[in-house]
Design a protein around this ligand. Sequence first.
Ligand code: ATP
Ligand code: MG
Length: 191
Amino acid sequence: MIVDIGGGTTDIAIVSMNGVVTSYTIKTAGNAIDRSIAKYIQNKYKLLIGERTAEKVKIELCNLYDPNDEVTYTVKGRSLLKGLPAQIQLSEIELFKAIEDDTFAIMEAIRKVLEDAPPELVGDIYDNGLLLTGGGALLGGLTQLIKRTLGINCNIAKDAINCVAKGTGMAFGSMTTLLDGFETATVYKYR
Ligand SMILES: Nc1ncnc2c1ncn2[C@@H]1O[C@H](COP(=O)(O)OP(=O)(O)OP(=O)(O)O)[C@@H](O)[C@H]1O
Ligand SMILES: [Mg+2]
């Protein structure tokens, strides 16, 4: 079972015997999480922050497993009230609240794929755990949260951010043996 949390989408699939058994995609992933963070900070602190700042807060402060009130991060932006530069201290708990709905949506999507999967494969997944890929795999505390919420082990792929691109390249070497993904593939010739 692969859970690929990218920028635009979270793609979940169960792969077996060279083919995709079941899959599901939702539009909740890194970018949506960044937007939720910016919205929370704007609503609660009347502080306007950009996308890059929201992403940085996510990378530096995210703790989905045991967020703490005392761990904080300085967020700088522009005060909506004064129009001037301002900063606030955001805690792990506040960040958790800001992205709770997005996180829940990802958990529910994984649950749905597990529910649709043949029981014997679910047994394998239970033994082996699922594999997280994409930049979102690095969200702080995600593996522990998955374990706690869904009761299955969870591993982060080596080189999680690049492995999808690398794997796609490698898959082209097995076009004849892989059963899915190449139906509409075209070979482009560049002049
Ligand atoms: N350390 C990190 N912690 C949390 N999120 C991270 C981390 N590093 C990168 N990301 C997030 O990962 C996302 C990008 O991941 P990735 O490169 O896998 O996406 P993509 O493949 O371009 O998007 P998609 O799969 O939706 O087309 C961004 O939202 C980025 O903020
Ligand atoms: Mg991707």
